[in-house]
Design a protein around this ligand. Sequence first.
Ligand SMILES: NC(=O)c1ccc[n+]([C@@H]2O[C@H](COP(=O)([O-])OP(=O)(O)OC[C@H]3O[C@@H](n4cnc5c(N)ncnc54)[C@H](O)[C@@H]3O)[C@@H](O)[C@H]2O)c1
Length: 417
Amino acid sequence: MENYCIKDINLAEKGKKNISYSIKELPVLTKIKERFEAEKPLVGIKVGMALHITTETAYLVDVLVAGGAEVAICSCNPLSSQDDSCAYLASKGIKCFGYKGETKEDYYKFIENVIKFKPHITIDDGCDLVNMLHEKYPELIANVIGGAEETTTGIQRLQAMQKAGALKYPMIATNDNFTKHMFDNHYGTGQSAIDGIIRASNILIAGKTFVVVGYGDCGKGVAKRAQGLGARVIVTEIDANPALQAVLDGHRVMKFCDAAKEGDIFLTVTGNKHVIPAEFAKTMRDGAILANAGHFDNEIDINGLKELATEMEEVRPLFMRYRINDRDIFVAGEGRLVNLACAEGHPSSVLDMSFAGQALAVEFLVKNKGKLEVGVINLPKELDYKIAEMKLQTLGIELDQLTKEQLEYLNSWQEGT
Ligand SMILES: NC(=O)c1ccc[n+]([C@@H]2O[C@H](COP(=O)([O-])OP(=O)(O)OC[C@H]3O[C@@H](n4cnc5c(N)ncnc54)[C@H](O)[C@@H]3O)[C@@H](O)[C@H]2O)c1
């Protein structure tokens, strides 16, 4: 098997520079790297990864290698690879398969390359790696100790596999770490999805009507930031609880068919399919912008838009104009994760915690080889909490300690008014 398939190995120096710059925002991962260097907990372990290959991911690979692991990596999205990060990894001898703008054929071939590396641990973002391993290479599962999953959509797919009796090894739901979804999904997607829309369109957010489809961890973060930039936010939901929270957060909540007529900018963050059906484009305002930050590119019905359009052109990089019903409707990043397709993904500081969770998950899986139940499991709470403690320490923030009296009070039931 070839050792790497990337765009240009000459970009390695640029990738290295980006990592050097980002390291100051990655102090928790750096602490883990130093410990891994000393303890070498991953010697003899092959880690197969399908993650967005960005600066921070390249640093996560460095951390795992410092622990003694051998790594092969491919992307988990055809548009999200940063070519300089891929070059950096390839130049260090890592099996790296990815480039920005992969064909569908290459995308799946690269996942297959990682599987053929026969990993003991899989790290996935969206479950495509685990899925292909189970469907096409079940004979390699005996080799696997366990895996870790980065995102909400991947967890949903794993849970569906588990329900169907199809999942054959322990999978840690790294996404569900408090230190992951609270910071990465909320603050990370909140900022970077808007960054992606701005970079793609160069539009002013202030004064616009910004429709957020899905008010989960990501949607709440996006809505808050859009509001902060001066947009009027409308939320559409299918679940009463987040819908109610959106109302109390000061947003208007309505059905999508009504929001379609009012919005200037639409962002989907649901993990669900066709939440913007193409037919609603006919009722949208001239100049409406559609973008997605959910994991897969099926949240906006792009094929439906193509069928309805009388004209189509790329007016700016990864920014398409569709002429529908005598109006221009724009789509950013082909409907793929707009923060990675049109910007650089989350800022390093939040990925510091997400990827600390991944590094600790790999170590935990190795330490507990053969002892964990098959299925979707959580990283122990103490490890998740440790990440928060380490992050606070690196920020120089100290906490109060419970007094003996308070501790006793909290564990008692006799004392009342
Ligand atoms: N872009 C990124 O970098 C990034 C980061 C983290 C997560 N994600 C992805 O973003 C998506 C959302 O993640 P999350 O953690 O916010 O999930 P979540 O489960 O917390 O929230 C999703 C919300 O969407 C709502 N929803 C579902 N179908 C809907 C519909 N038809 N109309 C309106 N609302 C609907 C759900 O009720 C829920 O409240 C997932 O695909 C996840 O993998 C992307």
